[in-house]
Design a protein around this ligand. Sequence first.
Ligand SMILES: Nc1nc2c(ncn2[C@@H]2O[C@H](COP(=O)(O)OP(=O)(O)OP(=O)(O)O)[C@@H](O)[C@H]2O)c(=O)[nH]1
Length: 345
Amino acid sequence: MPQNDDVLVNRLISGQREHGRLKAFVGTGLVLNTLAFGYFWLESIAWLIWPSVFAVVAWLFSVFLLHHRQNRAVVMLNSMLILVQINLATWVFGSESGLHMALWPLASIFAVNNRVPMTIAIIFAGVCLVSFATLSLYAPEYTQYYVFSGLKEILILIFGAILVSGVMSIRTVFSAQRNSLIQLANHDALTGMYNRQYFTTFLNYQCSIAIRERSTFTVAMGDIDHFKAINDTHGHDKGDEVLKHVAKCFNTYLAQSDAACRWGGEEFLVFIPHSTIEKGLPVIEALRDVISSQQTQGIKVTMSLGLVESDGTESIDALLERADQLLYQAKSAGRNNVQTQRATT
Ligand SMILES: Nc1nc2c(ncn2[C@@H]2O[C@H](COP(=O)(O)OP(=O)(O)OP(=O)(O)O)[C@@H](O)[C@H]2O)c(=O)[nH]1
């Protein structure tokens, strides 16, 4: 469908944006942990060097997983990594540093991520809870490494940055899932065109626009000719391919401002805004011509159409009833033609 929102929806569904966010998340973690490693190395804090080497390796492994599109594994691995680092950092800088507070947003982020199975999210939240209690009870009360007080702030910033990018990646996951549901609810699974339910709402909306603007629009109802014979001769799968081919003709031929749907079976609807029979007929005739001039799977396909004009005042049922009658006339007139009728009011 040549509509902007579909382009957006498709991009989200392909997970590109989620993947991009995760890349930013992992990139941030890798850079910050590498910086921390460099600091420990320069300051010769031997016992903190090894955990930071481990962390850098884990972030690098996340890069590898991202490359193989293992997004769920990336989310889980990174959450574990941050959990371990929070534990370690609170032990080093003392409970007064408040670093262990970061366990709560971490557990929440993990829990709300639909990519993570519920059982694992519950276990992870439990581990966060136990870690928090242990750190509150047993981590040194005072900040031990006064000399690194600047580092403590840096670490808090690191956690902050990681948490913020984590929240953003979760938001994107939700957004992608929401759009995926919208896509499923509004589109026909076989052809990818808008479905009957969406188009009914869409037409009602367009009626109210036409009434407000005192304009007219046209709607064409089209039906593939002798489709049963196509199925019977070539098989149901080939019939499906014909439906997809016809949908492709609609998508490529119609303008951005037009809209079309698979109304059901081998029936399609076309909506042309701000048009009359005189303006709409050439478009529909050309569409019919495009379909009949091509072959798909070695099968010649034609379509009969009924075109009606409306000022938006009649009900959708009445409008489509008129289009259906014209379609019937087009079939009776020998098929592969368009019949028209102006607004009734
Ligand atoms: N392959 C396939 N066939 C479908 C689908 N939906 C409906 N059909 C078939 O479409 C055919 C419609 O046939 P009819 O309504 O008899 O009309 P027709 O053969 O197109 O004949 P005319 O409309 O009179 O030109 C039926 O055989 C349905 O089984 C689908 O999703 N895929």
